[in-house]
Design a protein around this ligand. Structure first.
Ligand code: TPP
Length: 366
């Protein structure tokens, strides 16, 4: 029997944390290295802008400017952490929930939102940003990430892939196939499981009987860890170590981040039907933005001016986004058929012909 000893794969007994719920320094030493002030300050700025972006996107659904928006309010530490631990050449594989991670990666927010506006399958150039299109079928992106990471390993580029997946997504077959493949072929991929406790209305205890989602990695021989997903310091520390592990050739790494989705699943969902306000209130007390602010201020690494500057930048960002989203884009309906397959299927050709006929009939009327 070869392969790693199980003890080397197991997550910490408690989720890794550097901060208390209120942002003080947590007791005890961590096996992970605390990120330096420069990275933490960047994370703070990214989270403030990300939260403002999220609120603006939600408002745009109410104005009918956006068809749907899955909020990641409350999950900013994971979202911004995922973007900040990757270098430009690394690959990010997001789900529909990851809009804040995409803007933190520096992608134009209007391009990020064009999928959710219904204008395109993907509004940004995945090749340019090394970021896959946001995936709606659950866990499919984990297979793509494992395959791409394996290709990068074969090519010897030193690049890694980071795949985001939700707690619900870990029940999908694709997730298990991706873990198995990545472990056997030592694909340099990090699986970031954002356990936000609900898959739409399905709570975690109906999703898994495992001691924690991190144990799903152990069974496949994948080094796994749990982290307080609302502690930005811990998220950055653990994700950085996970990326380093993958980049060094040691194989995949699974991080389960314990977090909470404070808003409904999307604007089309009513969260009060399946969870209590008291529960959400508990999690509001562990707000990742406030925790990091308290911590950095306490160390003299964030000043009143820094906080005001981040808030002003976020307002400016939202105002510009609002303005640009209020303009009607010029759409090319036939473009929907581009980039679906490298060689179109007969069914796709048929659909394309049907749409062309409809457009021509409409043009003939006008
Ligand atoms: C393969 C598949 N099955 C079902 C759905 C419908 N669906 C969309 S979101 C969702 C819940 C996902 O929950 P989770 O993975 O925890 O992610 P979260 O939305 O909480 O970020 C479901 C079942 C889907 N998109 N894809």
């Amino acid at each position: 029997m070869t392969g790693p000893q199980p003890e080397t794969l197991l997550p910490s007994k408690e989720p890794v944390r550097f901060l208390t719920d209120t942002g003080a320094e947590a007791r005890g030493r961590s096996a992970y290295e605390r990120p330096g002030p420069e990275l933490l300050r960047r994370a703070y700025r990214g989270m403030v802008i990300g939260r403002r972006f999220d609120a603006q996107a939600t408002a745009l659904t109410k104005q009918g400017r956006l068809a749907v928006y899955p909020s990641s309010h409350g999950q900013e530490a994971c979202q911004v952490g995922a973007a900040l631990v990757l270098s430009d050449g690394d690959w990010l594989f997001p789900t529909y929930r990851e809009s804040v991670a995409l803007v933190a990666r520096g992608i134009d927010p209007v391009e990020v939102l064009s999928l959710l506006r219904g204008d395109a399958h993907c509004g940004y150039d995945p090749g340019r940003h090394h970021t896959a299109p946001q995936c709606t079928p659950l866990a499919t992106q984990t297979v793509h990430a494992a395959g791409l990471a394996y290709a990068e390993r074969r090519k010897g580029t030193g690049r890694v892939a980071l795949a985001c997946v939700g707690d619900g997504g870990t029940s999908e077959g694709d997730f298990h196939e991706a873990l198995n493949f990545a472990a056997v072929f030592k694909a340099p991929v990090v699986f970031l499981v954002q356990n936000n406790h609900y898959a739409i209305s399905v709570p975690l205890d109906r999703q898994t009987a495992a001691p924690s989602l991190a144990y799903k990695g152990v069974g496949y021989g994948v080094r796994s860890e749990r982290v307080d997903g609302n502690d930005p310091v811990a998220v950055l520390a653990v994700l950085s170590a996970a990326v380093e592990h993958a980049r060094s050739g040691a194989g995949p790494f699974l991080v389960e981040a314990h977090t909470y989705r404070l808003e409904a699943h999307t604007n089309a969902d009513d969260a009060s039907r399946y969870r209590s306000e008291a529960e959400a209130e508990e999690w509001r007390r562990r707000d990742p933005v406030a925790r990091l602010e308290v911590f950095l201020r306490g160390r003299g690494e964030l000043t009143d001016e820094d906080v005001a500057a981040a808030a002003a930048e976020a307002e400016e960002y939202a105002a510009r986004l609002r303005e640009r989203m209020n303009a009607d884009p010029e759409l090319v309906p036939m473009g929907l058929f581009d980039h679906v397959y490298s060689a179109p299927t007969a069914q796709l050709d048929e659909q394309r012909a049907m749409l062309r006929t409809e457009i021509e009939a409409e043009e003939a009327l006008s």
